[in-house]
Design a protein around this ligand. Structure first.
Ligand SMILES: Cc1cc2nc3c(=O)[nH]c(=O)nc-3n(C[C@H](O)[C@H](O)[C@H](O)COP(=O)(O)O)c2cc1C
Length: 221
């Protein structure tokens, strides 16, 4: 455990508060267009142009994603960027047949996984108090925490990619067991879902499907 204390901690807290005030001063909400790009009018994509995605852009998506909130700052997600034809071949063994061409034609397919041993990193990620005992020897709690927060991080990743102008298509139509065997054998990593990534060929899009209205699924309490 190596957490700042005393005056050093006071300085860091004051900076965090000033940074937040400065950000809200520069921009207090996204434009309508930005909201449309990231979520409101964003679509899932299944066909791709051959425009490449540079590695630097993938790293930038990661750098944005990793700032998203997770419980106790556990950050359990792990990302595998499948780009090579050999990697795509290995991944295709796990996919439902209709999903194979959607993955094969994408410049990059990201395996969103989580590490069941995420809690071993808490002395670095949550340094002011040793919380490892919350998780040690509690596999069901580790699994629930890793899945919940890893899924959130996958969603943050999708929003980050869209914010940088990329298109995404998530997929859960595959065998997690086969992906785990193929990519994570002998480790504490488990696959969650896949994200195809690139610049979409929008001519493959179909109409947007219905959404619930507020009153259908929300209530006040
Ligand atoms: C976690 C997740 C898994 C999905 N799995 C698949 C899949 O295996 N195959 C597929 O064609 N689409 C898949 N989709 C796409 C959804 O069907 C799509 O998001 C939904 O129909 C809404 O379409 P829209 O995002 O274009 O509005 C998945 C989406 C998510 C978020």
């Amino acid at each position: 455990m190596n957490a700042p204390t005393g005056a050093a901690l006071d300085t860091l807290r004051a900076k965090a508060q000033a940074d937040h005030r400065a950000l809200k001063g520069r921009m207090d909400q996204l434009s309508d267009d930005a909201i449309d790009v990231v979520l409101r009018q964003a679509r899932s994509h299944y066909a791709w142009t051959d425009k490449p995605v540079p590695d630097a852009v993938l790293e930038e998506i990661y750098e944005i994603t990793i700032n998203g909130a997770t419980s106790m700052n556990t950050l359990p997600a792990r990302f595998v960027f499948v780009k090579s034809s050999e990697g795509k071949e290995r991944l295709s063994k796990s996919l439902k047949p209709l999903n194979v061409p959607k993955m094969a034609s994408a410049p990059v397919t990201v395996i969103v996984a989580h590490d069941l041993e995420f809690w071993q990193h808490l002395p670095f990620l949550f340094p002011h108090e040793d919380r490892r005992h919350f998780f040690e020897g509690k596999p069901a709690f580790c699994e629930a925490t890793a899945f919940r927060n890893g899924t959130l991080q996958g969603a943050y990743f999708m929003m980050a990619a869209r914010a940088l102008g990329l298109d995404v298509g998530a997929m859960s139509g595959f065998s997690n067991e086969i992906v785990d065997e193929e990519f994570f054998a002998g480790t504490s990593l488990k696959s969650n879902f896949l994200i195809n990534l690139g610049y979409a060929d929008e001519t493959a899009l179909f109409q947007k499907l219905p959404r619930f209205a507020f009153d259908d699924v929300c209530r006040w309490a």
